[in-house]
Design a binder for this molecule. Structure first.
Ligand code: HEM
Ligand SMILES: *[C@@H]1O[C@H](CO)[C@@H](O)[C@H](O)[C@H]1NC(C)=O
Length: 510
């Protein structure tokens, strides 16, 4: 039998050879220009790779699966930086990445060379729930989202303390006060933040703290839909083999639920416009509602819906996780609680004003310290959209620049960076709010709980007000917080990192 290619017309063979020639020529030229580019920037190769198998990184997988099962992904990553330095490469299945905990590299990715990186890989798993908005798009779409949302966060005081107090009262009414009963604050914090986020975004709280567990329709659907995002992210292209009906259902429940508020906001804005001319300018200004502010700027209902979903996702679990992690640590450190009590004592039991809350130094030290030791977004990544360079990680000493080819993922690990002893000192692994006290600790890009650069968290001030408020009110109401969990803090994986065992405490009233 003749080999099949001898049957082909000579022109076909000629064309195929030319095509092959072009491909080979291009790839040689690309690797040549890349080498020139890398040389021109003084790049040196990254000395260490985590994976011994350079193709699929299969040698790492068993350890990864074990670490996931044992909730030790973050703890395990600390080991890697100890053995491989601050910047190394890694390969796991289809992903090839550079991992770094150098503040200068992270600053370059997020700020100096912002245009060289994207989050396009995020959209695919988030879009079914979020649509396209500020949190999951790049480029012009993202810039338009940011411009749309920005004004609502730009004022001095974003969070309204009166609504926070009313939600705090719902929260407070569910706390046991006998000093004996054990309560896990985690579940209550997650309800507190969804109640306050929906109040802020839609002008109307979903009121989960007022309901029994059984009636949490929207909140439950949202919870499941978020877990599904993580699953889709892990499965990657395999997603098609594991369709998740429940996730599709939950996405619909969430989007339909929020759609009502979009309709309501667009109607309200239209009515207000129609009545605008005859409105009395001296009448009191209505409460600010995020969805109405969006509707005042665009009548595109899908856009409003998508942005609301994006901000809800970005803002809810993050703050609840901060509170859970922080209360876990506070319960283990009675001396810190006592010191907080001394800080709020001047209020003599009345509610703090916004300025007073902002000025409570030690409250802010505690929040920073929690975000340092247990950053709720502990790892993050960006993908290079063109060939580019990072300043550190090359050569044996890791002090030369490194070349980052287009398509490479750059992973940065805040959990490990926040524990660098050369930045935070020998007690970097300890929870010690005092390290922030004298204002001398200024890690800048070495402390990044809210990210940095053009995509810095837009809700930072809102989050710190929301979390600080609960902390101050709890400190006012309770003489002490007793830990009912003998274990150390342990991570749990979600989109954010929360104490695996929640925050089990009992409370002794003041
Ligand atoms: C302790 C609480 C919070 C933490 C630790 C936190 C952290 C972060 C981080 C790390 C990012 C960057 C994500 C990335 O680009 O990869 C981010 C973005 C964002 N956050 Fe927060 N966040 C918190 C609370 C909030 C709240 C309460 C809101 C809104 C009410 C909010 C709204 C956003 C939005 C809209 C973005 C996307 C910004 C953009 O891409 O332009 N966050 N946040
Ligand atoms: C907490 O960290 C932020 C960001 O680095 C800093 O600006 C702020 O001053 C810190 N707060 C305290 C009380 O040290």
């Amino acid at each position: 039998m003749m080999p099949f290619y001898l049957n082909l017309h000579p022109n076909v063979i000629l064309l195929a050879s030319i095509a092959l020639g072009i491909i080979i020529y291009r790839s040689i030229r690309r690797s040549w220009t890349r080498r020139q580019f890398a040389k021109a920037h003084g790049c040196k190769p990254i000395a260490r790779s985590l994976s011994k198998d350079p193709f699929l990184g299969l040698d790492l997988l068993p350890g990864t699966f074990r670490a996931i099962r044992e909730n030790r992904i973050l703890v395990r990553s600390l080991e890697f930086f100890k053995t491989h330095g601050n910047t190394f490469t890694v390969r796991e299945l289809h992903v090839s990445a550079i991992v770094t905990i150098e503040p200068e590299n992270i600053k370059t990715v997020l700020s100096l060379k912002f245009q060289d990186f994207c989050i396009a890989h995020r959209l695919k798993c988030m879009k079914p729930l979020l649509g396209e908005g500020i949190f999951d798009t790049d480029g012009d779409h993202w810039a338009a989202s940011r411009a749309l949302i920005r004004p609502s966060f730009n004022r001095d005081q974003v969070a309204d303390l009166r609504s926070l107090e009313s939600i705090f009262q719902d929260f407070f009414s569910l706390l046991p006060r006998d000093g004996e009963t054990v309560v896990d604050l985690k579940d209550l914090f997650f309800r507190y933040t969804i109640d306050s986020a929906t109040e802020f975004l839609f002008g109307q709280s979903v009121g989960t703290l007022k309901k029994s567990e059984a009636e949490l329709g929207f909140a439950d659907a949202f919870h499941y839909a978020q877990k599904a995002i993580l699953m889709r992210g892990m499965l990657g292209p395999l997603e098609y083999f594991f369709p998740d009906r429940r996730a599709e259902e939950c996405n619909c429940i969430c989007r339909d639920f929020v759609q009502q508020f979009v309709d309501e906001a667009v109607n309200a804005v239209e009515t207000r416009k129609a009545e605008g001319e005859k409105a009395d300018p001296s009448s009191t200004r209505p409460k600010r509602i995020f969805s109405h502010e969006l509707a005042a700027q665009t009548s595109d209902k899908t856009r409003i819906l998508d942005e609301l979903m994006n901000v809800l996702l970005a803002g809810r679990d993050t703050t609840a996780s901060l509170l859970t992690n922080m209360f876990f640590m506070l319960a283990k450190n009675p001396a810190i609680w006592d010191k907080l009590r001394r800080e709020v004592a001047f209020l003599e039991g009345r509610l703090p004003t916004y300025e007073e809350l902002c000025n409570m130094k030690y409250v802010h030290c505690c929040m920073n310290e929690s975000l340092r030791l247990h950053p709720v977004v502990p790892r993050n990544d960006r993908q290079a959209v063109r060939d580019t360079v990072l300043p550190l990680g090359g050569g044996k000493d890791g002090l030369s620049p490194i070349f980052v080819p287009k398509g490479t993922l750059v992973l940065y690990n805040l959990y490990a960076m926040h524990r660098r002893k050369d930045i935070y000192g020998p007690d970097a692994d300890e929870f010690r709010p005092e390290r922030w006290e004298d204002g001398k600790l200024m890690p800048r890009w070495g402390f990044l709980p809210f990210n940095g650069g053009p995509r810095i968290c837009i809700g930072q001030r809102y989050a710190l007000t929301e979390a600080g408020y609960v902390l101050v009110r709890m400190v006012q109401e309770f003489r002490s917080l007793v830990s009912r969990d003998p274990n150390e803090w342990e991570e749990t994986r979600g989109l954010t990192v929360t104490s695996h065992n929640g925050a089990k405490v009992s409370l002794i009233p003041a």
